[in-house]
Each structure stands twice: as C-alpha cells, then as structure tokens.
Design a binder for this molecule. Structure first.
Ligand code: NZQ
Ligand code: ZN
Length: 387
C-alpha cells in the first residue's frame, strides 16, 4: 500500500432519536444559525419543526435558506453566502440529502472568502477557512455527512464540479435511519447505486498489498446488496435502512481506501452528463459504471476476477479469468436492473448529440482515471456504449 495521512474530524451521532444531541452540540459553534434545506421533504417528515423547536430552546437566532435543488446550483449557494455575510452567521446547519449538504459546504466556505466561491471548484483558489458546518442527513447515498467533498453545478456554464477540503468536513452529523423511511423508491435506488459506485471507484485500483482495504470494500458492497431488497420492499425496515445508511457513510469517508489510489473516472463522466441533462447522479452511474468496467477490464483482470468471486460468489470452476471477471460485471448490471435503476442513456431521452462536448469537458481540467487513464476518445467510447 502507499503512504497515507488519515484525518477525519467529523463526529457521528448514529441511530434513532439522536437528534436529541443537536441543541447542545450546535451551540458549541455559535447561536446565529443558517438552517439550510431542500425542496420540502424535511417539512413533510416533521423534521423541520423538530429542528426549529430545538434551536429555539437553545435561544438560537435562526436564518433560513430553503429550496436547494438536487444537483445543487451555484446561484442558490450564492444566496446562502449572502445571508452569512450580511447577518454574521456563526454556524451552518444542513438538513437533507447530499445536495443540501454539498450546497451548505459551499456556503460555509464562501462565507469566509472574498472572491467568487466558484473559484474553489475551478481550482483557481483553495479553501483556507469555512464557517463550522453541522448536518442532519435524510438520504443514504453520497457520504457527504462524513467527508470534505462538495459538488455544485454552475448552470450558466453547464459545469458540475467538485471541491475538497479539510475545512468543510461537518463538525458533526446526525444520522437517524428513521429519517430515511420516507425516501421515495427511485431515490433509494439511486442512493444504493451511488454507494456501490463509491466503493468501485476506490476498490478498482492498481495499488498492491491492500488486503484489509479490499475486504473493507467487499463488506460494504455485500452489505448494500444484502439489504437492498429489504429497503425497497419495506421502506420502514429499521435494520435494513440502518445498514444502508452506515454503508453510505463508510463508502466515502476515506477509511476503506487508506493508502490506495482511486479511479473516479466514472464520477467525472457522470457529472458532465448531469451538468447538461440534470439527471439524478445515481441514475447516471448505474448506466455508465458497468460499461466503464467492461472498457477497462483488460488493464487488470485480477481485481475484476476477485470482485466476481468475493462479492458475487461467481463459481470459477472451469472458467478463464476473463470469463469470471465478465460474469461479475454482468451480475452488477443485473443487480442494478433488478432494483430498477436505468441502464441506458436513452432511458433519460439522451442521444449522441452532446457526446463530443461531454467528453471534451471531462478531460478539460484533470487526468481522468487511474485504473486506465482515459483520453477524450476513451470517454466518447464509454458514453457511446451507454447510449
Ligand atoms: O429537496 P428535498 O425536498 O429535500 O427532496 C430530496 C430530493 O428531491 C429527496 N429527499 C431527500 N431526503 C428525503 C427526500 N425525500 C423524502 N424523504 C427524505 N428523507 O431526494 C431528492 C434527492 O436528494 P439529493 O440530496 O439530491 O440526493 P443525494 O443525497 O443523492 O445527493 C446527490 C448530490 O450529491 C452529489 C451528487 O453529484 C448530487 O449533486 N455527490 C456528492 C458527493 C459528496 N459530497 O461526497 C459525492 C457523490 O459522488 C456525488 O457526486
Ligand atoms: Zn457518487
């Protein structure tokens, strides 16, 4: 394995009723709170009222930003930054899914920056400071509750870009599986795909001698697969929702990939599809990932063979390594189909009209991929396989 530094400062409160810690915990960071929410789900599940009640009990001054979009937009982030600056906000509280959390991270960083917050996403500037951020998560998917990533869409330039900083890790996150009971079936599916995809991005690595990391990854994947049917059939199955929720956090809090080089090409490709077509992140990943797998397979069949055997229990008897590996990829596609995820871009009415543009944007700013370094031509090929 490679040398590494691990530092994850987020405190997690996990389980039913853990919201009871919100009041005492948040006032450690201030009483002028910006309370950020999405399009209304937190009101529908009664969480909004609960949070307001807790903040009032602690005599907090509450300012609100609601309406953060799925695939959160820069324009909304800027509204939040404006409130922070004009009102002297001391702490940002995000309550919702990954989009609300990511927008809140951008707001927290932008509030401490004189320039344009988009600079952090285009890599013109690095985040040096941020307001403290607390989160209450309502959807298992991104891992944003315990990482320093934020992904924002600039709708004017049609770019969806991520940034990362130690300063935007939440100070604490409250993860109560009962808040995820109301997540609709399609969003539950997208979350499951996203969690699997995060593990894929880290597991398919050429870094050698990583048995512990590989097994961490495999156990997250198996836990997700084993609990998927239950959460889809019984949305209020506490045990299944808990297992999916914890898997989502573990899939992207940097523990499972210590000392390993990740890939992330599929995420970069998907982000460019979402940037133009505004499709759900998990839906895009379900379409693209199995095609990426097939495309890069020959760069390292061993890992794909291991994946097939360890995760999908493929019977290796009498088969070549490549046959075993391909069977694992096929099982991945079947699993996504079985839970009802999309399998082709045309499921979202996307044709080949922007493939050139999307591929151009994917390779524009960074090296793409590790398992196989992808050129613009490679990206076009993967997108074409996904049509
Ligand atoms: O807006 P509201 O009304 O809250 O509804 C949301 C939204 O419509 C709804 N929802 C959330 N919790 C709910 C609920 N509905 C009913 N009951 C609940 N308890 O679900 C919809 C989708 O929410 P969103 O936050 O967009 O989903 P998700 O958590 O999947 O976040 C997706 C965003 O995160 C980015 C994605 O690119 C995308 O922009 N990512 C962030 C990452 C990170 N920070 O580390 C990594 C990921 O790879 C990803 O790129
Ligand atoms: Zn993702």
């Amino acid at each position: 394995m490679d040398n590494f530094v691990f530092h994850n400062p987020t405190k997690i409160f996990f389980g039913k009723g853990q919201i009871e810690h919100l009041g005492k915990e948040i006032i450690n960071y201030g009483k002028k709170v910006l309370f950020v929410t999405g399009g209304g789900s937190v009101k529908r599940i009664g969480l909004y009222d609960k949070v307001i009640e807790i903040l009032k009990e602690e005599k907090c001054n509450v300012y609100e930003l609601s309406g953060v979009e799925p695939n959160p937009r820069l324009s909304t982030v800027k509204k939040g930054i404006e409130i922070c600056k004009s009102e002297g906000i001391e702490v940002v509280l995000a309550v919702g899914g990954g989009s609300v959390l990511d927008a809140s991270k951008a707001i927290a960083a932008g509030a401490k920056y004189d320039g344009d917050v988009w600079d952090f996403y285009t890599r013109k500037a690095t985040i040096e400071d941020a307001l403290p951020l607390a989160t209450v998560l309502t959807l298992a998917a991104t891992g944003s509750e315990m990482n320093g990533n934020s992904v924002v869409t600039n709708w004017e330039t049609k770019e969806k870009l991520g940034t990362n900083s130690i300063h935007i890790y939440p100070k604490f996150s409250i993860l109560d599986p009962t808040y995820t009971y109301s997540v609709p079936r399609d969003q539950t599916v997208y979350g499951i795909v996203d969690i699997m995809a995060h593990v894929f991005e880290q597991y398919f690595s050429h870094t050698s001698n990583t048995p512990l990391q590989d097994q961490f990854c495999e156990s997250v994947m198996r836990t997700v697969i084993d609990n998927s049917e239950a959460v889809l059939e019984r949305p209020d199955d506490y045990d299944a929702r808990s297992n999916i929720l914890l898997s989502g956090t573990m899939a992207l809090n940097n523990i499972i990939r210590m000392g390993m080089a990740g890939d992330w090409a599929t995420h970069m490709i998907e982000h460019e599809v979402s940037a133009i077509y505004d499709i759900p992140h998990g839906g895009g990943l379900a379409i693209i990932f199995p095609n990426w797998m097939k495309y890069v397979l020959d760069e390292g069949i061993e890992k794909f063979k291991r994946y097939a055997i360890e995760v999908w229990k493929v019977d290796a008897t009498g088969k070549t390594d490549k046959e075993i590996a391909l069977e694992g990829i096929e099982k991945t596609r079947e699993f996504f189909n079985r839970i009802g995820a999309p399998s082709r871009l045309k499921d979202y009415n996307i044709g080949d009209e922007n493939i050139e543009l999307m591929a151009e944007k994917v390779v524009k700013r960074r090296t793409v991929g590790q398992y196989k370094k992808l050129t613009k031509e490679d990206v076009k090929n993967i997108l074409t396989m996904s049509l």
